[in-house]
Design a protein around this ligand. Sequence first.
Ligand SMILES: NC(=O)C1=CN([C@@H]2O[C@H](COP(=O)(O)OP(=O)(O)OC[C@H]3O[C@@H](n4cnc5c(N)ncnc54)[C@H](OP(=O)(O)O)[C@@H]3O)[C@@H](O)[C@H]2O)[C@@H](O)CC1
Ligand SMILES: Nc1ncnc2c1ncn2[C@@H]1O[C@H](COP(=O)(O)OP(=O)(O)O)[C@@H](O)[C@H]1O
Ligand SMILES: [K+]
Length: 480
Amino acid sequence: MRTAYSVETVRHAEAQLMARLPEGALMQRAAAGLAAACAGLLGRVYGARVVLLVGSGDNGGDALYAGARLARRGAGVVAVPLARDRVHEGGLAALLAAGGRVADDPFEVLASADLVLDGITGIGGRGGLRQDAVPVARAARGSDAVIVAVDLPSGVEADTGQVRGEVLRADATVTFGTYKPGLLIDPAKEYAGTVRLVGIGLEEHLPSVPALEALQHADVARMLPVPAAESDKYRRGVVGVVAGSARYPGAAVLCVAGALRGGAGAVRYVGPAADAVIARFPECLVHAGPPGKAGRVQAWAVGPGLGDDAGVVEEVLASDVPVLIDADGLRLLDAAAVRDRAAPTLLTPHAGEAAALLGVGREEVEASRLDSVRELAARFGATVLLKGSTTLVAAPDAESSPVRVNPMGSSWLATAGSGDVLSGLAGSLLAAGLGARDAGSAAAYLHGLAARHAAAHGTPITALEVAEALPAAWRDVSAA
Ligand SMILES: NC(=O)C1=CN([C@@H]2O[C@H](COP(=O)(O)OP(=O)(O)OC[C@H]3O[C@@H](n4cnc5c(N)ncnc54)[C@H](OP(=O)(O)O)[C@@H]3O)[C@@H](O)[C@H]2O)[C@@H](O)CC1
Ligand SMILES: Nc1ncnc2c1ncn2[C@@H]1O[C@H](COP(=O)(O)OP(=O)(O)O)[C@@H](O)[C@H]1O
Ligand SMILES: [K+]
C-alpha cells in the first residue's frame, strides 16, 4: 500500500522528528536523497550543467544543498534565486563553498542546462506560480533540460491535487518522507512525472490513517475471493445485474461480462435485454423482472443503460443486500432512500454524473476530484467511486477509511461501455463478500490492469476486450 499524508500532518510529524535531530539534519537527509536521484538521472555528474530554481522557503534550501552536493562531484551548478533578499542562507553558503555560483542571467544558463531542479515551492506553496516565477519556469520548460521537482512540482496544491494557475511540469519528482495527495491525483499528478519517495525518518511519526492510499498488487490479491472446498455457486455469492433496455441492450451484455469475471458464483440478469445477454453468455441466469421476483442475490448492480425505469432502482435500493448504482441509476435514485439504507451502497459516477449529483458544473468536479468524492460520500452516506483519469473511492466514514486512489488506470479505458464492465465487476466483488470500498477499489485496479493487457500492443480496445482481459489481470495480481 502506498500512502499519502496532508501537509498539516507532514508538518506535525516534521516538528516531532526535528525536535530529536540536530539543526539542519532533516534538510541534509532530503538534499542527499535529492542529489542521489539527480545523479542517477544525469548518469555522469562531472561536467553536467545544473540550474537551481530557488524559491524563498525551505524547498529552495533543499535545492541549494543538493546543488552543493552535485557541485562537489564536479557539476557546474548555478542558482537562480527568485527573491535575492530571501534565499535560504545556509544553503546558499554551502553552494558557494562547493564551487557553485549565482546566475547573472537566468535565461542564459537555463538555455544550456542539462538538469533543472525546481525548488520554487513545495508544501508551503499557495496557488499557482506567482508572476515573477512564471518566466523562469517557462524558460526551464522550454529548454532541453531534465526537470526535477523538489518535493512537489511548484504550483500544484499538495493536499488536493488541484491546479489553480501556472505549474512547472516536471519529468521527475523527488518527494520527502511521504507522498502528498497532489502527487497521486489529477490534475496535479500529470505535472509530477515519475515520482520517487526518499525516506527521511518521518515515517515513524506519521499517524496510522493516511489522507489517501493507493493499492498495489499484493493488497488487491489479499482481497480477491477464492473458492474453498466447501464452496458452491450460492455460497460464493450471486450478483444481480439490473441493466440495459430495449434501447441499450449492449449495456446489459457488458455489465454481465464484467460480473462473470468478478468472483461471484453466479450472475443473475434481470431486465428486458435477456435475449442479448443469453446469446452471448449462456452461463448467465436471466429473468424478465421485476428484481424482487428474480430470486435471491447477495448484491445488486443497477443502472447501466437502464433508461428511465425508476421503479427498479427504487426496488433494488429497498433491498437488504449491498447495492452498486451506476449511470442511469444515478440519475433515477432517490437520495433519501440511499441515505436510509442499512446495507452498503456503492455509487460509481463519472465526473458529469458526480456534478449532477452535487449540483455543480462538471469542470468543478474535474478540478477538485478529492473534495468532490468526499463530499458525495458524506452527502449520501454511501461509498463513492469517482471514475476518470485517476479514479477515487471514498467511504462515508472518512475518519477511519482513507480515500483510495487507483494507481492502475489506463487512458485506453476512455471508450464507450468500459464503465458498464466496471459496474458488473465491482457488483460481483460485492456479492462475493468484499466491503464497498474494497470492492470498488479492487475493481478499478483490475479494470485498469485489464485495459493495459488489452492495449499491450498499443492499439485501441473495446469494452468487451477489457472484460475478456480481466482473467489476465486477476492472474497478475494473484501471482504477487
Ligand atoms: N516538512 C518536512 O518534513 C520537510 C520539508 N522540507 C522541505 O521544505 C519544504 C517546505 O518549505 P517551506 O515551509 O519553507 O515552504 P516552501 O514550499 O519552500 O514554500 C514557501 C515559500 O514559497 C513562497 N511561495 C508560496 N506560494 C508561492 C507561489 N505560488 N509562487 C511562488 N512562491 C510562492 C512563499 O513566499 P511568501 O508567501 O512567504 O512570500 C514562501 O517563501 C518542503 O516542501 C520540502 O522541500 C525538507 O527540507 C525536509 C523535510
Ligand atoms: N482518461 C482516462 N484515463 C483513465 N481512465 C479513464 C479515462 N477516461 C475514462 N476512464 C475510465 O473509463 C471508464 C469509463 O466509464 P464511463 O464514463 O461510465 O463510460 P461508459 O458509460 O461509456 O461505460 C471508467 O472506468 C473511467 O475511470
Ligand atoms: K518544487
